[in-house]
Design a protein around this ligand. Structure first.
Ligand code: HSE
Length: 434
């Protein structure tokens, strides 16, 4: 049988890795796919020194690949929302299957892209869009297909995890670690996407859709970054037996779906709390399988290429199946997607870590306890530190039981209004993940 012809658009880190893996493992991949896979064209503005492309035709124009009648599958690895969006729609219009690693594109334009792909009977595969080399899309979409998924929680941004790990282990400053992550090639072109949680929210949006069978709704994801975290909070969390991680959480409740990315305290003895550096991990809790944990490299040249090529193998195998009988893009049949709403953040429920800077007066603790108890907020633990020499204030650290976000917001406003409380109360969500 003739080989399947693919065109790679973008020869950066992931594009170069994809070319190299396809070349190195060509024989093994063909044995799996049932046909050879040939890179028939590459679109790149500049060569990649880590990638020996030999006689493969190269064009500077990505649309040459989308319009090339020889090409069966377009691999979109240019990133971003605009050109990539046009490229993918053009490839679909021309009847080509698409493999992409572009989380922003799928999270924001995925509903439109999948509708067009269904019209044309082509596949759009996106395993590499979430958590790099971890095959978590396939695990949720196919491996856990028997389950009603209750919740999932993931460390899905390597740059953010690297920063938090270095801050905790070496006491390094935020900006310094970010610079190193950029130099290592992990950070997004705009690193605010990493540290403000936007990149994680793109990935969480995709995971929530395939876990719960809902349309992609990136605009409803709540996002809070890690830029405001201090070493003091990292250390207090540690003293209480927790680690701070930048977590994406999606949870199904009767009222709707929680979809939120924010710094989170996790008990230090959970496996996921020990996922360090640029590594990613996703925990998925289903009613039949219980909790499962998927761990691995969330970014990088060959880990991400591993997912791109796995998608390619799936596409090659699926081309022999009737389009109606393929695995649906969002795991559930398109006419069976649910309209269970995404909850606004103040309707979400969590436990909270609070740090209050108080004057060293008798009765302050009693006032704090009264404010919380009046709002039905149950305290799990409390720790009062020694007076800080530099400002004469006493840090009070509290961990609450689970409560509605709107209640904690109200309590924080009341705490900040106390004469004996100075400055803003620091609040970080806490998840037990059990
Ligand atoms: N900037 C992303 C990260 C790359 O740090 O995880 C992989 O999506």
């Amino acid at each position: 049988m003739n080989p399947v012809k693919v065109g790679i658009c973008g020869l950066g880190t992931v594009g170069g890795g994809t070319f190299n893996v396809l070349k190195r493992n060509a024989e093994e991949i063909a044995r799996r796919a049932g046909r050879g896979i040939e890179v028939a064209q590459i679109a790149a503005r500049r060569p990649n020194p880590k990638c020996e492309t030999g006689s493969t035709p190269i064009t500077a124009d990505i649309f040459d690949v989308a319009n090339n009648p020889e090409i069966d599958v377009v691999i979109e690895l240019i990133g971003g929302y605009t050109l990539a969006h046009e490229l993918v729609l053009k490839a679909i219009e021309n009847g080509k299957h698409v493999v992409t690693a572009n989380k922003a594109l799928i999270a924001v334009h995925g509903n439109e892209i999948f509708a067009k792909a269904r019209e044309k009977g082509v596949i759009v595969a996106f395993e590499a869009a979430v958590a790099g080399g971890i095959p978590v899309i396939k695990a949720i979409r196919e491996g856990l297909a028997a389950n009603r998924i209750n919740w999932l929680a993931g460390i899905i941004n390597g740059t953010g995890n690297f920063i938090l790990t270095e801050m905790r282990e070496k006491g390094r400053a935020f900006a310094d670690v970010l610079k190193e992550a950029q130099a290592l090639g992990y950070a997004e072109a705009d690193p605010t996407f990493d540290v403000e949680g936007i990149d994680a929210a793109h990935k969480l949006t995709i995971l929530a859709s395939i876990a719960f069978g809902i349309p992609l709704q990136f605009d409803k994801a709540y996002t809070e970054g890690i830029t405001q975290l201090t070493t003091a909070d990292v250390n207090y969390a540690e003293a209480l037996g927790y680690r701070i991680k930048h977590l994406g959480v999606a949870r199904r409740t009767d009222k709707g779906i929680e979809l939120r990315v924010h710094p989170t305290l996790i008990p230090a003895d959970r496996l996921i709390a020990n996922v360090n550096g640029v590594m990613n991990a996703v925990m998925v809790n289903g009613d039949a399988a219980g909790s499962t944990l998927f761990y691995g490299a969330g970014a990088g040249m060959e880990p991400t290429a591993s997912s791109v090529v796995a998608d390619l193998v799936d596409v090659v195998r699926a081309t022999t199946a009737d389009p109606e009988n393929r695995v649906p893009h969002l795991a559930f049949q398109p006419d069976s997607l649910s309209d269970h709403p995404i909850l606004p953040i103040d309707a979400c429920e969590s436990a909270y870590y609070l740090r209050i800077q108080a004057k060293d007066h008798p009765g302050v603790l009693a006032q704090v306890a009264t404010i919380l108890s009046e709002r039905g907020i149950n305290i799990e633990s409390i720790m009062q530190m020694e007076v800080e020499e530099h400002d004469g204030l006493v840090p009070m650290i509290l961990v609450t039981h689970r409560v509605l976000e709107s209640r904690i917001i109200e309590a924080i406003a009341a705490l900040e209004a106390l004469d004996d409380v100075v400055g803003n109360v620091v609040r970080i969500r806490v998840e037990q993940l059990n």
